[in-house]
Design a protein around this ligand. Structure first.
Ligand code: F0G
Length: 365
């Protein structure tokens, strides 16, 4: 049987490593591509969900982190630092531990979910809560890495993008070609940058890291659709947002670091970057859990919220192949399932309380 060896070993010839590189991995990647039946029925296209919550720390960040920590180790780093809305810090804390390094994380106070905070705590990261938002945290993390012997592992580190591009490779390898449309949530904009890079590389002939020729794998690149939360939509507005606000704390970002490359992904692919409201995000969150059986965190649902918004506007073509990435696991931030059960369109089950005999249990069903 084939045993998945993590994204660096699986895609070694397309990543900046040599035979001497000691790979720091936890077997990330190889995540399920799940057929979304209800979304396919709604749109008349084949819709698939790339479920990134199935990575070792529960989000897509692990793809970039294996690469960033591997290179940090190769360059002799003893400590790493990141700013985070929660998932990057969870991933950095775990991979740093795996590599025997120290990890400092800068997070916006009161604005990261309990699940993500628990991960950073459990892995023994130095956690600094900042009285500010993610953008402020990133500014401090950058300066820290310039003045102190500590490696920055945010997605401004190009190795993060290299690792994350493997998600596009996996989609093509699974479907046999690139999809027609790829839908993503957008926050700091590293992921849309990475997918576009991966799709472009797979649609061209290229040269492997060891100098050998690599054939094109896909016949085309997809149209990229990105969605930001309405209260944190700088790329849609065309200017930074000083006080971003959304219930989807993962994407509560006002000044994305990968701004230009996200705009390039949109324009070169003939795509769009639009916004979705918090209500639309929660509706998509409920849709995913109650109709598709896929449990994600709210920020992840922004992609599907965008797809639903486009469908309502009659802008989703039928007969196509569409992939929506859902970026993080529902267990990261589970309170929304309980809150969402009260919503009008909820198909959530109410827990019932009965005595422990079979007649009472059967009667309650
Ligand atoms: N979805 C989730 C679950 C995220 O955690 C993030 C980003 C995104 C989407 C957006 O991806 O930034 O590449 O556009 N989270 C970062 C963090 C900022 O610190 O964990 P992006």
């Amino acid at each position: 049987a084939h045993v998945w060896k993590g994204v660096i070993n699986e895609y070694r010839d397309r990543l900046p490593v040599t035979e001497q590189t000691e790979v720091v991995t936890m077997g990330e990647g190889g995540t399920p591509l799940i057929r979304a039946r209800a979304l396919s029925e709604l749109t008349g296209s084949a819709v698939w969900l790339k479920f990134e919550g199935m990575n070792p720390t529960g989000s897509f960040k692990d793809r970039g982190m294996t690469m960033a920590i591997t290179k940090a180790k190769e360059e002799g780093a003893k400590a790493v630092v990141c700013a985070s809305t929660g998932n990057t810090s969870a991933s950095a804390a775990a991979y740093a531990k795996q590599a025997g390094m120290r990890c400092a994380v800068l997070v916006p106070e009161g604005k990261i979910s309990m699940g993500k905070m628990s991960q950073a705590v459990a892995h023994g990261a130095d956690i600094i809560q900042i009285d500010g938002n993610f953008d402020n945290c990133l500014e401090v993390a950058r300066k820290l890495s310039e003045s102190y012997p500590v490696f920055l592992v945010n997605s401004v580190n190009p190795y993060r993008i290299e690792g994350q591009k493997t998600a596009a490779f996996e989609v093509v390898d699974t479907l046999g070609d690139a999809p027609d449309i790829h839908v993503l949530p957008v926050g700091n904009a590293g992921n849309i940058t990475a997918y576009w890079k991966g799709y472009r590389e797979y649609a061209q002939e290229s040269t492997a890291t060891d100098g050998t020729a690599l054939p094109a794998v896909a016949t085309h690149t997809p149209v990229m659709w990105g969605f930001q939360a309405e209260g944190a939509a700088p790329l849609v507005l065309g200017h930074p947002v000083t006080e971003p606000e959304t219930i989807a704390t993962a994407i509560r970002i006002g000044n994305p670091a990968s701004w230009d490359t996200a705009v390039a992904a949109r324009d070169e692919s003939g795509g769009l970057i639009d916004s979705v409201t918090d209500d639309e995000i929660l509706e998509a969150h409920r849709w995913l859990s109650s109709r598709e059986g896929v449990f994600v965190e709210p920020g992840s649902a922004a992609s599907v919220a965008g797809l639903l918004k486009q469908a309502r506007a009659g802008k989703v073509p039928s007969g196509k192949t569409i992939v929506a990435t859902v970026t993080g696991h529902g267990l990261k931030d589970p309170q929304w399932a309980i809150k969402g059960a009260e919503a009008e369109d909820a198909q959530a089950a109410e827990p019932k309380r009965v005595t422990f005999d079979v007649v009472s249990v059967a009667a309650a069903l």
